[in-house]
Design a binder for this molecule. Sequence first.
Ligand code: SF4
Ligand code: SF4
Length: 140
Amino acid sequence: MDLLEKDYLVIVQCDIVKQRCPGYLCEKAFHERTGGFADYPADKQYRVINITCGGCCGRALHRKLTLLKRTLKKKEGIEKDKIIVQLSSCITKDNYHAPPCPHKDHLKALIEKIGIDYREDTEINEKSEQRRSEGVYKSE
Ligand code: SF4
Ligand code: SF4
């Protein structure tokens, strides 16, 4: 997938985690094009929106993304192939707080059903990566 072709970034975060987390480290990773955002061209401007999965089991994500897709098309003519979803690291990775989302595959299936491209990870913490490589945290 060519990230130069994308214009609209949707960062999807864990609803439970977001009850506490403001999402700063996701924002910082995107701003600095690090972690899961390292492949995004630094000199391209993206529209960015942050949403949560809506809570376990994440089924509301389908409704949220479907409405977003429809609204972007209706209001601005933005097609779905211009949208990219980035699943936050608290969904995709084992870390200090918790194991990855137990419904991760379900979330991916929902996004695939809508036909929007997605990628995994946002902020990648160095210490957590080290612990994953040491097997303290599971890497998958
Ligand atoms: S990846 Fe980190 S900063 Fe982003 S929403 Fe999850 S816990 Fe918060
Ligand atoms: S479905 Fe996964 S990402 Fe959503 S609230 Fe539950 S654990 Fe978090």
